[in-house]
Design a protein around this ligand. Structure first.
Ligand code: FAD
Length: 338
């Protein structure tokens, strides 16, 4: 039995969990690699990508061309489909053997599930849903920035005593790693020992998620409570602009849009080139999700709405006639709706 805890002195290296689904790496893993490379340059630490699954040799090879120093590929038939139990068992084993100093995961449904379970198994801390990561210039400790109390405060959290220092970051917070290696990084394949008892749940089938990834949309039309459920109007504008549809939490809670479309603190951080925000008041918990947008156009009938503080173009009017006029204008230029 390996001791489920190791000391800071015994730890080294920055690891990123390379989340994959169906042989495709999750974009958030590429985003984390970009940030992790920045941190590894500062500290001189080795950057490792941890891939877990089954029959993923080809993907491990592709991962090895990313900007990292090596890939650890943990393989076992029980890792073919994600279950938190099996993944936690296999990744905890390799973490305890190789003792990374920092371990980063995407705050996706899988990443969140795995991170919480791992932190308990490894007896370490977890800073969840970070909005930024940095290294303390003096101690070299990982600093995770998180917002709390509905976005009212920003706290910086560090984990001094336990290892690895773990953090999750939501998709869209960092830019994707762009650089690639000229020669592939080494891949270390680890045959995990996952007893069937570690995996009481088996995934026998899974429905493919058909939703849109609004964190990666180039153009967004965002529905707020002001659209009053008239998603047809929002969809018409989105079609005219070739945009995806995002939503505030109120619009999601009302059932007008899916949970995966929610923009903001408890939703997705988007970085579109264009965001047209229809009938949203501009609560900070929402606007944090469009801070990195290029051009923001806000439509709101209340001239005092705080969304206008975020907007580059402010339209103070009833959104419905304005959107209808815009759609008609686009259609007349494009020779009809798409
Ligand atoms: C911990 C926490 C986390 C949260 N996370 C999120 C999050 O991730 N995302 C999020 O969105 N919210 C989040 N919220 C909720 C957030 O505080 C706001 O309640 C929410 O963003 C408001 O949504 P809204 O702007 O659509 O609705 P409202 O605040 O009700 O605003 C509706 C706006 O529409 C305008 N309007 C109405 N009719 C028209 C019309 N015909 N034409 C033009 N304008 C019109 C009104 O003037 C008003 O400004 C969170 C809150 C908490 C406490």
């Amino acid at each position: 039995m390996i001791d489920p805890a190791y000391s800071p002195q015994a730890a080294s290296g920055i690891w990123v969990f390379l989340e994959q689904d169906g042989n495709v790496l999750a974009p958030v893993s590429l985003e984390l690699l970009g940030k992790a490379r920045e941190l590894s340059r500062q500290s001189g630490a080795e950057l490792t990508g941890l891939l877990a699954g089954h029959n993923l040799d080809e993907l491990a090879g592709r991962a090895a061309s990313l900007d990292l120093d090596r890939v650890v590929y943990v393989s076992h038939p029980l890792l073919e489909r994600f279950t938190a139990e099996a993944y936690a068992h296999a990744t905890a084993e390799v973490i305890l053997q190789q003792r990374p100093d920092i371990f980063l995961l995407g705050a996706t449904p899988y990443g969140r599930d795995l991170a919480g379970r791992l932190a308990v198994m490894l007896r370490t801390g977890l800073t969840a849903d970070c909005t930024d990561l940095a290294l303390d210039p003096e101690s070299g400790l990982l600093l995770g920035e998180v917002s709390g109390f509905g976005g009212g405060i920003l706290a910086t959290i560090k984990c001094e005593q336990h290892r690895p220092q773990m953090a999750t970051v939501r998709p869209g917070v960092f830019a994707e790693v762009q650089s690639q290696r000229d020669t592939a990084a080494p891949v270390e394949k680890v045959e995990a020992d996952v007893p069937a008892s570690a995996c009481p749940v088996a995934v026998v089938s899974r429905r493919q998620h058909a939703g849109v990834d609004v964190s990666r949309a180039e153009r967004l039309v965002i529905a707020g409570a002001g659209v009053r459920g008239d998603m047809g109007t929002v969809e018409a504008l989105a079609r005219a602009l070739d945009a995806e549809i995002g939503a505030t939490r109120v619009a999601v809670d009302e059932g007008w849009a899916g949970r995966e479309q929610q923009i903001g603190q408890t939703g997705v951080i988007a970085r579109p080139k264009l965001a047209v925000v229809c009938g949203a008041s501009g609560a900070t918990q929402f606007t944090v999700g469009i801070e990195q947008a290029g051009l923001v156009i806000a439509l709101n009938q209340d001239p005092e709405a705080s969304i206008f503080e975020q907007a580059d173009l402010c339209v103070v009017d009833d959104l419905f006639p304005v959107v209808r006029a815009l759609v008609a204008e686009f259609e007349s230029h494009n020779g009809g709706a798409k």
